[in-house]
Design a protein around this ligand. Sequence first.
Ligand code: ATP
Ligand code: MG
Length: 571
Amino acid sequence: MLQKNRIRKLPKDVADKIAAGEVVDRPVSIVKELVENSIDAGATSITVEIRRGGKEYIRVTDDGCGIPKEDLRLAFLRHATSKIVDENDLFNINTLGFRGEALASIAAVSRLEIITKTINVKIGSRLQIEGGNIIGEGDTGCPDGTTVIVTDLFFNTPARKKFMKQDGTESALIIDFVSKIALAYPNIKIRLINNRSTLFSTRGKGNIHENILIIYSKEIGDKLIEVNNQEGDYQIKAYISPLDLNRSNRKSQVFFVNGRQIESKVLDKAVSEAYKERLPEGRFPIVFIFLTLDPRDLDVNIHPNKKEVKFYDSEKVQSFVVNSIQSALYSKSSLPEIKPKHMYTEKVKEINRDYEQVDIKTLLSNRQQADNIICKTEESKELKLSEINITGTIFGTYITGFDEDNFYLIDQHAAHERVFYEKLMELMEHKNSDSQLIISPFVIDFPLAIKAQLPNCIVKLREMGYVLEEFGPRSYIVKAIPSFMNLSEARIFLDDFMDQIGTNVDNRNVDKIIINACKSAVKANDSLTLEEVKELINDLIKTENPLTCPHGRPTLIKLSKYEIEKMFKRV
Ligand SMILES: Nc1ncnc2c1ncn2[C@@H]1O[C@H](COP(=O)(O)OP(=O)(O)OP(=O)(O)O)[C@@H](O)[C@H]1O
Ligand SMILES: [Mg+2]
């Protein structure tokens, strides 16, 4: 393209609008910047008020340190900040802000008023800015702290104004953001007002669990499992869903690192890994993760809106999170529980599986309850499968057992599937097939259509312990089978495996085929003797994920001794 114009410096207001676009793209980003400033200012109480999705009105009030009168104009200059001094500070950031850009950006695209007072002066100061230009300034009586009011967002950038969504969509994003901030900062009282009514208000007493009950639903809050772990400089606090509570998307996964809400592929992966094979496909856990690391272990300056961070040792972070979650999941409190209300109440209130993050109705009704809640932090005892006394089976399907606190039902098929699957995967991984020759070899046929895939499959089957030899154009003779299977299991598994071979046998498909074939194979084993049951449980104990079958269904459910005593009205 031919350039017609000479190069010239853009007028300040145009440059400001361009720069503002990086920081402020919709109402929620303004709320985020203002709330983060309040947190950095050491506030113990923050009120956020919005009207019409924040498009018309946003107010953030805090009781933090305030801005000295002589610095107030400076706070609105681009790259003016009190939070870092030089380049070295960039590698050790202890505050949420550090760019000195937020206030300048917000003021460039709205009408803004700030009222602020530091503790050591009697009278506060006020500044009014419209589209970046100061239009009013003076002294004012006000409490310690800072209030920023932003009105008419994007009044001077019509293109951006058009891109804002309906009020409800914009306010949902803000409610979601403030809710999460309230969880991450349990020591700060946070109040959210939407269209003149209070949505929630936390007490600032440091109790995250209580805040979950206030902001989210009681049903969820009561079920989440608490995770606490520390290793060297790494510290994690988290609330995670048990296996029977899950969602159809990742929206209920919230990550905070050093008090900063972020999106992170590393943490996404850690969560998937921790719940791998424990949830049905396409289902995701609810997790609130609060990680604290040495600020020098990460870079927060990789994205203009600070939504991402770079961990210097992402593998270490990932495995720390995976281990912390897994050990909590492998505790008694993480098992699906039989609750008496399920037995006696006719209308069991279904938990809406696709429940959105913030349900205002429950939120409002829980607010009153929450004021009276005495938070019970139940010690989550480790579940030791080996300590379960097996007593027998019922309905030919469920194994019964107990330990000192609970009665357990174990789904025999699910347990068996888990054992089979892990044994096969281990054999394949180590490529040390463990076979038993069979006295009377049998023949299996295959459809010609899959012939091209067979060499690949034969290798996999050999790794599992099958020895097959060609036996005519569309048959194999099976001479040995995996040593842990009996003949009928081995036959059914093989038939099912062959049935499922499609066109592409890449590694992922083989896993799936094996998962499905395990399911068929264990059907062969319906009535087990007590000895066999105990052997199965012993095998289950040795697996990596004993609490679910490879399809993600639970292997074990519990009914606590306390619930039993309650039903018999003994307590
Ligand atoms: N609520 C507040 N209370 C006290 N001081 C504040 C408050 N908000 C802003 N300030 C002061 O104004 C300065 C500029 O704020 P601004 O948000 O523009 O930049 P920042 O927070 O330093 O960096 P960033 O652009 O990354 O947010 C801050 O460094 C801080 O000194
Ligand atoms: Mg800031």
